[in-house]
Design a protein. Structure first.
Length: 168
């Protein structure tokens, strides 16, 4: 059986020995303080109230929200002006790999910033997406055109691929 606790020592056991009170470290200096107190007497000599947990959590929530907004703005600024792109398949030939076709792609960056395009090559006969491939272009300067080749495992030299390119 335990007797009521005194604030300094904690509960007293049936044998009469005082059990130590439950404590945690002071938020500033690490000195042991009771669980219901955040700062020790030395760090908070006036006994001012601690910040409520809702205040602390609200501050963290606002900080995380502002960080997400800042990252979104930075990302938008980083990719602004890239594209739109116009692309065309200008040639098709047999590849050195059996059953593959090499497509020659001409890509123009109509934007105001240097960037790369993500293009999707599709076989015009295939109504699904069974025969399609995503191709990443080399970097294209604003207003410039680049021509590059891509090897695909489908298609025919007499049937040019459809191509659609987008920026970031």
């Amino acid at each position: 059986m335990t007797q009521p606790a005194s604030p300094a020592t904690g509960p007293v056991s049936a044998a009469g020995a005082a059990q130590p009170a439950m404590t945690h470290p002071c938020a500033r200096c690490g000195a042991p303080v009771p669980l219901e107190v955040g700062l020790c007497e030395r760090c908070n000599p006036l006994g001012l109230k601690d910040a409520a947990s809702s205040q602390v959590h609200g501050t963290v929530f606002i900080a995380v929200g502002l960080a997400v907004v800042a990252l979104a703005v930075i990302a938008h600024i980083a990719v602004a002006g890239i594209g739109p792109f116009s692309a065309a398949v200008t040639g098709m030939r047999e590849s050195t790999t059996a059953g593959s076709i090499v497509a020659t792609i001409s890509l123009t960056n109509q934007g105001t910033s240097l960037g790369t395009a993500t293009c999707r090559l599709t076989d015009p006969v295939d109504r699904g997406i069974n025969h399609s491939e995503v191709v990443y272009s080399p970097r294209v300067a604003p207003g410039a055109t680049v021509v590059f080749e891509h090897d695909t495992p489908f298609g025919s030299v007499d049937r040019p691929f459809n191509i659609a390119c987008d920026g970031p």
